[in-house]
Structures are given as structure tokens and as C-alpha cells.
Design a protein around this ligand. Structure first.
Ligand code: ADP
Ligand code: MG
Length: 559
């Protein structure tokens, strides 16, 4: 039986690809620059094994030239170039990747930087251009060629004059249509922003001529026009540098440049992992709470890079909710991207990275708590609530992570303390971790329910945040010590034995108590004699699961 090959309606395929792969048109520039970088990388790799080739970094660059008058955008590279066959195969066959082939031919496995793999990125140019012209001269060849296409209708290849090895891609930028603005791809500042966003860490210089006005030297009032060639990208990603070579200022500068926040970060975490999954990350714990942090608009996430090229602005899968305040980026060469490079094909690698990062953040926070207490308390003021929400939303997994990070105000220490500190101070006869809920520390201080405990010298944690008691109920216990509200009916004290045994006194006053119970019929369940009180005549206690404070919170919630 003859086996038939699938046919493809290539016109339609190309159209579909051009219009449906990417969610944003601006990524065309990312794709073309990535190709240019790959082309230079190929010379670099060839030079490693070929003695007749030398690689002088200075002669390799990428140049972006907008021309408003002609409506063209040109991207030049001094990379390996394409022969006639290359143009036919790599630009004429959809989904054929010369770069992928290069990687396997040269057995490049680890640590390489070549970005291309799908063989579709180039066509992104047609999202913004009516005509794409590629002029290229391949390394080691005499002739140069011009490839030209208006998209779906096919392409032409003709001999062309070009002196330098490399490639020049000329895009005839589309006219504006209705809401769609294509002019922006001819604006220096817009192009600069796109390059910064996606291609900042391409290893070769991306040059562009920038024009503008600046004050004339020695003359404050007058401005002069200037044109100067600038290198737009930072090139060396800070996260690939050695930690020892970097100063706190370097990290703070990166934080500001990346617009992670307007504050200074409280702490930075630089991670380089070279294990089952390889990745680099720079994470920050911000000092100040973002204005929208506790609102629905706030989006958590880290920037995700693959080989230095930005893939996602806010990858939320990399951070658990309780660490949503963390800012920063992750770069990995081990991600399997989907074809648009906007998403990942598998989340297995991402899960591994997330787990790893999570551990690291926790240990860094713990070390902050241990070694820089003041800084930690500052951090806790801003984000403690989020950690407590984390405990509350726990279904058995993040308790471990969070219980050592939460803090409460202590009656004894008159400052914030951790559960660990509380438990380490408990006396032998103390059975529970006591807490009191209320609006403020001052109010709680005056609660009649706290008197007896205070007299016994027991420490009480003050819960002034709505979430506190809910979180602690989820936690249930810490180091096998259960939590106990000061307003619960049974405080677990020895005095209560006496209190219960003291039936006589209760009976003697039965009439009075019955009367009180009648009057307060729909407000209280019981009225009893108490030994708990010192300076107050009366106090409220609960015997159910829900405390008075929790009830208040629940009642105030919208249905
Ligand atoms: P990918 O980069 O994923 O391989 P592209 O569609 O972006 O797919 O590019 C297809 C192929 O065209 C590349 O693999 C490469 O072989 C070739 N190519 C594209 N641009 C250039 C360039 N500027 N210089 C040399 N070769 C290029
Ligand atoms: Mg590509």
C-alpha cells in the first residue's frame, strides 16, 4: 500500500499562523532579534571548532533602523547569514528550523544559548509588515541573495549585492487601519521599549540611532538636536553574574529598572540551581506594601525568561498565594515552551521551580527573623496578614511553611513574638497557648477574662486582626500545644476544678442567677459563679466552637 504524505494548504496555514499564534503584535521584534542573536551564536560556535575562524565580539551586533519616510523597519545582523538553499529551506518551509538542525548537527546540548526551535517565529514579521525582504550573505560564500514575500502569495529569491556576511531584514510597515496603529513600530522610543522588554538580555549589542534634544553644554536654557547610536540592551543578565561580584546597590538598581516597585527592596534572594532543573532567579521581598496589594486588581507572579528572552510578564504559577508579595524573575533553559513562546507546554518544570523557590523564600524569611529582627517586623507589618491568610487557607500543606513565620503581640513581652518563642517560655503547668481577641491591644489589655491568666504569669497573645483567630483554628496546635481563647468556658486551669466543685455557693445564689438568666434569656446560655475574675464583676465566656470575636467577623461579612 502506498503511504501518502499529508498535504497542507500552505497559504491558509501561513495566514492562520500569522494571525493566531501571538496575542501581541509587538513580539515580532522579539522573534527577529532572537533569530539575529542565534545567527551570531552560530558563528561563535563554529569558531570554537574551526581554527580558520576567529570570533571577535566587537564585530558582532544587531542593528535596528526605523525609517518613517519610507515606512520601513530594518533589522541587521552580522551573523552567519543564509545561502540560497537556506533561504529556501528555512524561510520557505513553514515549521522548518535551521537553528534546531544546527543544534543537533553540532551536538550542542547544555548551556547553549540558541533560542530558535519551532521554525515559525520569522513569520511574525507579517503581523506588522505588508512586504518582508531578506538580504543575506552566508558565511564562506561569494554570492548574496534577496528573498522577498508579501505573505501568503509566496516568495521570490534573486541574486543581490551584499558585501558583509550576515542578514538584513526590511519590513514594509503596514498602514494604520481603524483602531490598529502600526506607526508605533517606526517610533524610536516605542521600539526601544519593546527591545528592553523582551530582548534586554540578548548577549550581543542591539544598536539603534536615537534622536532627541538635550541642553547645550555650558548653556542651560538652549536645547540642541542630537543623533547618537545607543546600545539598547543590557546584554549581561545580572542573574548570570556571580553573587560575589554583585553589590546590594546592583540588586537595588535592577529592582528599580525592572519596575518591581517604587520602594527599596527589604531583601534580595539570588538563586542559581544546577540540578534536575536548571534555573537562575532573583527575588525580592519588598519593603512597602503595594497600594493595590489587598485588592482584587493585584496580580501576583514573577517574570519568566527562557534563555534570557522574556516569555511571561507575570507567571503566577511560580508563587503560592501566601508569598504573593515576592517580586522578581526566573530564567531557565529547561522550559518546554509552546509555539508562541507565551506559554509553557508542560508545567512539570515550573512545579519543580516553584517548590524550590518556595523553600528558599521560607528559609530566607526565617533567617531574616533570626538575624535581622527589626527588618522582619517591618516586613511582617506589611505582609503578615497574607501569611496568616495562607495558614487559614491551608489544606494541610503550607502549615509547615508558615507556622514559624507568623507573629502576634504578646502580653508579657509587649512586642511581637513568634509561636516558637511563646512555647519556649511556657511554664510546666501551662497546658495551652492562650490568646485574646479584640479591636486593639489596649482594649484586650482591659478584658476581664485576661486577669486570672495574667495573675498566674501566663503569656497571652493578642489577636487584633480579623484573620487571626480563623488562622489559628486552622493551625489547631503548635508543637503539640493547643490554642485556647481567654474567653472559653474551660481555661484548663487547676482553679477551675475548684470552681466546678463549688456547687454549694452556686446553689446558695441560685435565685439570683436564675433571675439574671431570665432577663438575659435570648442573650446568654447560662449564668455562673466564676473564680476567674479579679477586679471586674462579670465577664463573658463561650463554650462553643465560635468565639465572640469570630462571630462578630462572620456577622459583618456580606452574604
Ligand atoms: P526558529 O528561530 O524557531 O528556528 P524562525 O521562523 O524564527 O524559527 O526562523 C527559521 C529559520 O530561519 C531559523 O531556524 C534560521 O535557520 C533561519 N533564520 C531566520 N532568521 C535568520 C537570520 N537573521 N540569520 C540567519 N538565519 C536566520
Ligand atoms: Mg526564531
Amino acid at each position: 500500500m502506498e503511504k501518502k504524505q499529508f498535504q497542507a494548504e500552505s497559504k491558509r496555514l501561513l495566514e492562520m499562523m500569522i494571525n493566531s499564534i501571538y496575542s501581541q503584535k509587538e513580539v515580532f521584534l522579539r522573534e527577529l532579534i532572537s533569530n539575529a542573536s542565534d545567527a551570531i551564536d552560530k558563528i561563535y560556535y563554529k569558531a570554537l571548532t574551526d581554527d580558520t575562524l576567529t570570533f571577535n565580539k566587537d564585530s558582532y551586533y544587531i542593528k535596528v533602523i526605523p525609517n518613517k519616510a519610507n515606512r520601513t523597519l530594518t533589522i541587521i545582523d552580522t551573523g552567519i547569514g543564509m545561502s540560497k538553499e537556506d533561504l529556501e529551506n528555512n524561510l520557505g518551509i513553514i515549521a522548518k528550523s535551521g537553528s534546531l538542525a544546527f543544534k543537533s548537527e553540532n551536538e550542542l546540548k547544555d548551556g547553549h544559548d540558541i533560542i530558535g526551535q519551532f521554525g515559525v517565529g520569522f513569520y511574525a514579521a507579517f503581523m506588522v509588515a505588508d512586504v518582508v525582504t531578506v538580504i543575506s550573505k552566508a558565511l564562506g560564500q561569494e554570492e548574496a541573495y534577496k528573498w522577498e514575500s508579501e505573505g501568503a502569495d509566496g516568495y521570490t529569491i534573486t541574486p543581490f549585492e551584499k558585501e558583509q556576511v550576515g542578514t538584513e531584514i526590511i519590513l514594509k510597515i503596514k498602514e494604520n487601519i481603524e483602531e490598529e496603529n502600526f506607526d508605533e513600530y517606526l517610533e524610536e522610543y516605542r521600539l526601544k521599549a519593546i527591545i528592553k522588554k523582551y530582548s534586554d538580555f540578548i548577549r550581543y549589542p542591539i544598536k539603534m540611532e536615537m534622536t532627541g534634544k538635550r541642553p547645550i553644554e555650558g548653556n542651560e536654557t538652549e536645547l540642541e538636536d542630537y543623533t547618537e547610536e545607543q546600545i539598547i540592551n543590557s546584554m549581561v543578565p545580572i542573574w548570570r553574574k556571580n553573587k560575589n561580584e554583585l553589590t546590594t546597590e546592583d540588586y537595588e538598581k535592577f529592582y528599580t529598572e525592572k519596575h518591581y516597585g517604587f520602594d527599596k527592596p527589604l531583601k534580595h534572594i539570588h538563586i542559581s540551581v544546577d540540578g534536575t532543573i536548571r534555573y537562575n532567579a532573583i527575588l525580592y521581598i519588598p519593603e512597602k506594601i503595594p497600594f493595590d496589594y489587598y485588592s482584587k486588581e493585584f496580580e501576583k507572579g514573577l517574570e519568566l525568561y527562557s534563555n534570557g528572552v522574556l516569555i511571561m510578564n507575570k507567571c503566577s504559577d511560580l508563587l503560592p498565594d501566601y508569598f504573593s508579595f515576592v517580586k522578581g524573575m526566573v530564567d531557565s533553559e529547561d522550559l518546554t515552551l509552546n509555539i508562541s513562546r507565551e506559554m509553557l507546554q508542560h508545567d512539570r518544570q515550573l512545579k519543580l521551580i516553584e517548590k524550590n523557590i518556595n523553600k528558599k523564600i521560607k528559609s530566607e524569611l526565617l533567617s531574616l527573623l533570626k538575624n535581622e529582627r527589626e527588618k522582619y517586623e517591618e516586613f511582617y507589618k506589611s505582609f503578615g496578614r497574607q501569611l496568616k491568610f495562607g495558614v487559614y487557607n491551608d489544606f494541610g500543606t503550607h502549615k509547615e511553611v508558615l507556622q514559624d513565620l507568623i507573629m502576634f503581640y504578646s502580653s508579657k513581652e509587649k512586642k511581637m513574638v513568634t509561636l516558637d518563642e511563646y512555647v519556649s517560655r511556657m511554664t510546666e503547668d501551662q497546658k495551652y497557648i492562650y490568646y485574646a481577641s479584640g479591636e486593639s491591644n489596649e482594649r484586650i489589655e482591659k478584658l476581664p477574662q485576661t486577669e486570672l491568666l495574667a495573675e498566674k504569669g501566663y503569656e497571652i497573645l493578642y489577636f487584633t486582626d480579623d484573620i487571626d483567630e480563623f488562622a489559628i483554628r486552622m493551625l489547631m496546635n503548635y508543637k503539640e500545644k493547643e490554642f485556647k481563647s481567654v474567653s472559653s468556658g474551660d481555661l484548663g486551669l487547676d482553679e477551675e476544678e475548684i470552681e466546678k466543685a463549688d456547687e454549694n455557693e452556686q446553689n446558695e445564689n441560685k435565685e439570683l442567677f436564675d433571675f439574671m438568666k431570665n432577663v438575659l434569656a435570648d442573650k446568654v446560655k447560662d449564668v455562673r459563679l466564676s473564680k476567674r475574675l479579679r477586679s471586674h464583676p462579670v465577664c463573658l465566656t463561650t463554650d462553643g466552637e465560635i468565639s465572640i470575636e469570630m462571630e462578630k467577623v462572620l456577622n459583618s461579612m456580606p452574604d
